[in-house]
Design a protein around this ligand. Sequence first.
Ligand SMILES: NC(=O)c1ccc[n+]([C@@H]2O[C@H](COP(=O)([O-])OP(=O)(O)OC[C@H]3O[C@@H](n4cnc5c(N)ncnc54)[C@H](OP(=O)(O)O)[C@@H]3O)[C@@H](O)[C@H]2O)c1
Length: 302
Amino acid sequence: MKILLTGASGQLGTELIPRLQKLGEVMPVDLDCAACISKRCRPLDMTDGGALETVLNRFQPDLVVNAGAFTAVDLAEKAPRTAFAVNAEAPGRMARWVSRNDAFLMHYSTDYIFDGYKHEPYLETDLPEPLNVYGESKLAGERAIEASGCRHVIIRTSWVYSGHGNNFVLSMLALGRRGLELNVVNDQVGCPTWARNLADVSMQLVKKGLARRKPLQGLVHYCDADRMSWHDFARLVFDSAIKQGLLETMPRLNSVKSSQYPQIANRPAWSVLDTALAQSHGIVPARLKTSLEQCLKELPRE
Ligand SMILES: NC(=O)c1ccc[n+]([C@@H]2O[C@H](COP(=O)([O-])OP(=O)(O)OC[C@H]3O[C@@H](n4cnc5c(N)ncnc54)[C@H](OP(=O)(O)O)[C@@H]3O)[C@@H](O)[C@H]2O)c1
């Protein structure tokens, strides 16, 4: 099997590379390959439609895994055209190619397509109502894929962290090490998800998508098992980091409301995804504490 992996140097892409290599021949691509763990990574700007089509036509993948995305939520408000080009137009182009060539597309979307007013875990069938440009662009990506009629699975996930890249865990750790007093919001609740767990689940779901009999198709929610606020997540990060000798003392951590911590993009107050559908396919959501501890354990010591 030939597999095109976009976003190969991102949080998820990094974890997917070794797993996809067990399935077939992987061609990793990204905007910038410098941080990629694969020497085979080739630069590709997904917003360049001609370049994307050329890669697809030359490589002729059986499976396209689109882990590439414009994930800077605040920046997306200032650069909506780029956000839509990466998160909506490029997946749409991939999906149409996949449809024409009878391949399969694995794609990722976000809890931020919901407005967060539900206060119960969001189902795949709940009505999306994004509050920000990032969410709008990701929703447009989902719809472009669905409209193409291609064989696909879209995993909606939330609050992704890993041992590299830009994420909340590494930011908290860096700020904590500088001894800064931190204000972290307590009124946004979600399920932090380790990129490695998401990669493992992707492998389980892609195999079900590729199955000959009753293949899985469409939207599936996956996030790790435990829900909490960003504030409580920060405390857990610091507790685990101190336990592992990554941090000497607990930073001063203040619990604040979103209104006291203005950000450029609005964010949903409630970002919890219901994973019952994934669980009906044999997926067991991983526990946060053990995942976070393992992630921190693998960080290089200073
Ligand atoms: N991170 C989260 O909290 C989160 C939450 C919910 C859903 N998701 C979804 O999960 C998926 C994986 O996210 P992630 O956390 O692994 O994201 P990530 O670490 O930001 O990785 C995305 C990759 O895509 C690349 N990219 C950006 N613009 C591109 C372009 N024009 N052409 C080619 N590549 C481009 C990025 O390169 P640069 O770094 O150079 O820009 C980066 O390497 C995405 O679909 C995301 O929307 C993420």
